[in-house]
Design a protein around this ligand. Structure first.
Ligand SMILES: *[C@@H]1O[C@H](CO)[C@@H](O)[C@H](O)[C@H]1NC(C)=O
Ligand SMILES: *[C@@H]1O[C@H](CO)[C@@H](O)[C@H](O)[C@H]1NC(C)=O
Ligand SMILES: *[C@@H]1O[C@H](CO)[C@@H](O)[C@H](O)[C@H]1NC(C)=O
Ligand SMILES: *[C@@H]1O[C@H](CO)[C@@H](O)[C@H](O)[C@H]1NC(C)=O
Length: 525
């Protein structure tokens, strides 16, 4: 009887942990995982949570010590009495004290135990919840990891053990991580991928000991694994999983029911799951090959490197290291265009104002947030500060284009698996609001502000070219043909970042002002 009362703090602790788990609450805030810069504050938040948990432990400890001390003195008195019951109770002082204790002290104890521990810490958690990642954030993070896996053809056990695209990192996923991957991919009906992650969870489970509130049962995971296999129509395998679970828990009613359900399915040849199309083992797409850095080197002898002094008088004094990447479309790479100091300044300018990047949607005629583009951007008008003025002048020098009427400088930071699916930069819509003023996007100038440790290439699948980010370099290409028509060879994508923080800055140059600079383009034809 006594022991159940002392369990109270444990119950409170559980309540607290349940609260922790409820942290995932949708709150129309900016998504968390779409930029590395944006995720920095999550670490601060986590530190606050840990401090809070520690404060809570201190409160619990205080109460625990109080209770323990009292037990000692109470037990002492009680033992003394029970050593010589008659003597003890025949003394009126003892009798009085006992009666008083058992009445008044008992009530006081009850109130004390009933008094919740660490209420202020529980309230603090409630406050912090406002700033925590939402379930949508977790879903996006799952999608991002899944995207990295698919694009680079990685295996789940490798990812779980920190082996990313052939490079071993001293990081690994916990069993809760792999399980969440599996569960959410399952919810997204991506059963193939879910099965790998849940299987990985089963494999990893023995190696992990989790704090009680976060514990997951092996049974539960095996059950989910069996469900996933059923979705994939792998009835025999599902039955095998349930049977293995049953050897550990022969009496488990849910498992027994599942077993007979699957056996019936096998016998009658029915399965409630919709039939899955057998996934044809097709090779990687051109985009994936490009992202993996597997395009063959160009055999075009017309490509060369030089110091370009021709575009503007400025370049005669300060020639740019130029590398011709391709002619159809015309594409060049410039090296060492930005100084480290300029890069730091650009990142500092952009960080406070980074917002989720949008894409122009012809259907609505507006720019919208879409899943195919996960990064955060900030825009800067040409005359924003001396640096933007200098940068725009440099772009003019490099390209020979007049930037009047072109778009603002766009600074971007990609986060977890950050990418931009295959797209064109041109609008291909002469009547839209987007092109009415200054024409379509004749050229794209893309500055790389950072090296990216792994992934993050700019890939042009149609012409089989991939440009990997190099700090301070710039790639520039023409989106329109000489006759002003769109050039579909410019289809391109930003591959998912595997490891690193990818910062880019770009400028979309508009057509209207380039009437006089186009001839230099015609000359090469
Ligand atoms: C890997 O990380 C752990 C702690 O996270 C550290 O104790 C260990 O020394 C690291 N190993 C290597 C090879 O860096
Ligand atoms: C142009 O913009 C206006 C207002 O922003 C909008 O109402 C209209 O639908 C747009 N037209 C096109 C063709 O996008
Ligand atoms: C220098 O760069 C400009 C712009 O990219 C280009 O038009 C010009 O042909 C380049 N000069 C040489 C010699 O390649
Ligand atoms: C460009 O627009 C035309 C007319 O709407 C359409 O037929 C064509 O498929 C579009 N091309 C691309 C690459 O979007």
């Amino acid at each position: 009887m006594r022991s159940s009362k002392w369990l109270l703090p444990v119950r409170v602790l559980l309540t607290y942990q349940v609260l922790l788990l409820l942290l995932r609450q949708a709150k129309g805030e900016e998504s968390h995982c779409t930029s590395v810069a944006g995720m920095v504050k999550l670490l601060d938040l986590e530190a606050q949570l840990i401090d809070n948990l520690e404060d809570y432990a201190v409160e619990l400890e205080k109460k625990l010590q109080t209770v323990k001390r009292s037990i000692t003195s109470l037990r002492l008195e009680n033992d003394k009495a029970r050593g010589s019951t008659e003597d003890y109770l025949s003394n009126p002082l003892n009798s009085f004290s006992l009666i008083r204790r058992m009445n008044r002290d008992l009530i006081t104890w009850q109130l004390y135990l009933d008094d919740p521990v660490g209420l202020s810490q529980v309230e603090r958690i409630q406050e912090l919840r406002e700033h925590m990642p939402t379930h949508t954030d977790v879903e996006e993070a799952v999608t991002a990891l899944d995207r990295i896996q698919n694009t680079y053809g990685l295996k789940v056990p490798e990812i779980a053990h920190g082996l990313l695209n052939g490079k071993q990192y001293n990081v690994s996923l916990t069993v809760l991580d792999t399980y969440a991957m599996g569960q959410i991919l399952f919810d997204q009906k991506n059963y193939m991928a879910a099965a790998s992650w849940i299987y990985q969870t089963v494999v990893l489970m023995d190696a992990f000991s989790l704090a009680a509130p976060l514990e997951i049962s092996k049974n539960e995971v095996r059950m989910v694994y069996a469900e996933t296999l059923l979705k994939l129509n792998q009835l025999a395998d599902a039955l095998k999983v349930v049977n293995i679970a049953l050897t550990d828990n022969p009496q488990d009613i849910k498992l027994l029911l599942k077993k007979s359900e699957i056996e019936t399915m096998i016998r009658t040849g029915t399965n409630n799951a919709p039939p899955v199309k057998a996934q044809a083992t097709v090779g990687p797409t051109a985009y994936q090959v490009g992202c993996r850095g597997q395009f063959p080197p160009s055999a075009d002898s017309k490509l060369y490197c030089l110091y370009n002094r021709t575009t503007s008088p400025f370049l005669i004094l300060a020639p740019l290291k130029m590398e011709l990447v391709g002619l159809e479309p015309y594409m060049v790479l410039y090296h060492d265009v930005l100084s480290p100091k300029e890069i730091t300044e650009l990142q500092g300018m952009a960080t406070p104002g980074l917002k989720r990047a949008t894409v122009y949607q012809a259907s609505s005629g507006r720019n919208e947030v879409v899943k195919t583009r996960t990064s955060k951007v900030a825009w800067f008008p040409d005359g924003y500060n001396p640096l933007t003025v200098r940068l725009n002048a440099r772009i003019s020098d490099m390209t020979g284009f007049n930037l009047y009427g072109s778009e603002m400088l766009q600074l971007m930071n990609y986060g977890l698996g950050g990418h931009y699916d295959q797209h064109y930069d041109f609008f291909n819509n002469t009547n839209s609001n987007m092109t009415a003023m200054s024409g379509d996007r004749i050229a794209t100038v893309l500055f790389y502000l950072t090296d990216v440790e792994q992934g993050g290439a700019t890939v042009f699948p149609n012409i089989r070219k991939a440009v990997f980010p190099q700090r301070g370099s710039v790639v520039m290409w023409y989106n329109l043909r000489d006759n002003g028509q769109i050039d579909t060879q410019t289809l391109h994508a930003a591959c998912p970042v595997i490891v690193g923080s990818k910062w880019v800055c770009n400028k979309w140059i508009r057509e209207r002002e380039q009437i006089f600079s186009r001839p230099c383009l015609k000359k090469r034809m």
